[in-house]
Design a protein around this ligand. Structure first.
Ligand SMILES: Nc1ncnc2c1ncn2[C@@H]1O[C@H](COP(=O)(O)OP(=O)(O)O)[C@@H](O)[C@H]1O
Ligand SMILES: [Mg+2]
Length: 381
């Protein structure tokens, strides 16, 4: 959804054009006209950007603007970061202030932060997906599970790519994030809901992404900070899915903050060996109840059968996902989780697991598929 922005004050054409280029629906107006138009019943834009560079002080009309458009955010463009005026603005309910020289990125971030209302505190659930080995399908499972959770529950869902470098969740979700999980971890002590909103990237799958960094990370990722991050994001998102590639145990401390740990394996000896070690250490850390095992690309004909896997892994297999290479690869190339476009068995399996984790009953897929026809037969209520 493109945020709507109304520019008030003497804003240069270039700046307005640049805002349009960055995906905002921009109009301009006069402060008093904007207030008066409320009387005619308009809802107001997502954000007002008020340029006060030509003024000697903050216009008092901001107070009425706030009152008339309580849902709209306000961003001020000013000559300087003047503490007295900024304090005044804060008292008027304005929290975003961009000073000269106006950096487009900063302005965009400020607008986006204001355009997205802060969610109330929730007790969200965090699901960590751990790959038994690279290539096992960890990201595929995590991305589809997150999207399926969002679709089944209609609740806000955050995907966190915990790869320190070269995480590929952004490719799976078809976005080019500007901020990353490193920005969140580096600012962990000043994280608040609006700051966090500025770091995540909305995706067409309906979930938000906190992406992996594409700059190198100095030193090891601090698991305690990751834990604090998980604790924080679950206060604003009912569902959080973490793509954890690391099997080396460095993230173990962070797993304390999760509700479910899904260890993904497949029917291959090398993977099973590392996945079984991973499952054992995770169980030790998080308790048997929280750790669930899944087999991806499950093959009923495989030499290594389900019972064998359970024996090696030291626990029951909770979920299996069938193999569907074509759908999996096509989805990555399209930048959309496969459950969005596909009615394959694999998509169905992801939906079922999401419903199970969310505590919803199984989907009545036949009814859903022929929904239009049967709904019409039965008539609308
Ligand atoms: N159920 C599946 N059936 C067939 N191919 C799959 C399946 N799950 C994943 N893949 C494919 O396996 C490859 C690795 O998947 P990916 O999710 O990137 O693994 P990981 O994150 O564990 O490295 C990708 O090409 C992906 O399309
Ligand atoms: Mg991956």
């Amino acid at each position: 959804m493109q945020p709507t922005v109304t520019l008030l004050g003497a804003i240069e054409r270039d700046l307005a054009g640049a805002m349009r280029d960055r995906g905002f629906i921009v109009s301009d107006s006069d402060l008093n006209v904007a207030i008066a138009s409320h009387v005619a019943g308009t809802k107001g834009p997502d954000v007002f950007v008020i340029d006060i560079r030509a003024l000697s002080a903050l216009p008092r009309e901001i107070v009425s603007l706030r009152r008339h458009f309580p849902q709209s955010g306000i961003v001020i463009i000013a000559k300087a970061l003047d503490p007295t005026s900024m304090l005044d603005a804060m008292r008027m309910g304005v929290s975003e202030w961009v000073a000269e020289p106006v950096v487009l990125d900063d302005l965009e971030t400020a607008i986006r932060r204001m355009a997205r209302p802060t969610l109330g505190a929730v007790a969200g659930r965090a699901i960590a997906v751990l790959g038994g080995k690279g290539g096992v399908g960890c990201t595929t499972v995590a991305v589809n599970l997150a999207t399926a959770l969002h679709r089944a529950t209609r609740e806000a869902t955050l995907f966190v790519d915990l790869h320190t470098a070269h995480g590929d969740a952004s490719v799976f979700l078809g976005v080019e994030p500007r901020f990353s999980v490193l920005d969140a971890l580096e600012n962990i002590h000043r994280l608040d809901a609006s700051y966090m909103k500025g770091l995540v990237t909305p995706t067409k799958a309906g979930i938000d992404l906190l992406a992996a960094a594409n700059r190198p990370q100095h030193g090891a990722i601090d698991a305690l900070r990751v834990r604090a991050l998980i604790e924080f994001v679950t206060t604003t998102y009912p569902w959080v899915v973490l793509d954890c590639a690391r099997t080396d145990g460095t993230l173990m401390d962070a797993l304390d903050a999760t509700t479910t740990v899904l260890v993904v394996a497949n029917q291959e000896l090398a993977t099973l060996r590392s996945a079984s070690r991973l499952a054992a250490s995770t169980r030790q850390r998080c308790g048997v109840q929280r750790v669930k095992l899944a087999i991806n690309r499950y093959d009923t004909e495989s030499e290594i059968g389900r019972k064998d896997v359970e024996r090696v892994m030291g626990g029951a297999i909770a979920y299996t996902f069938p193999s569907d290479y074509r759908a999996s690869v096509a989805a990555i190339n399209k930048g959309e989780p496969l459950i969005l476009q596909d009615h394959s068995r694999l998509a169905g399996a992801f939906e079922d697991v999401a419903r199970d984790i969310a505590g919803l009953g199984p989907a009545s897929r036949d009814a859903a598929r022929s929904g239009g026809f049967f709904a019409r037969l039965g008539g609308r209520r």
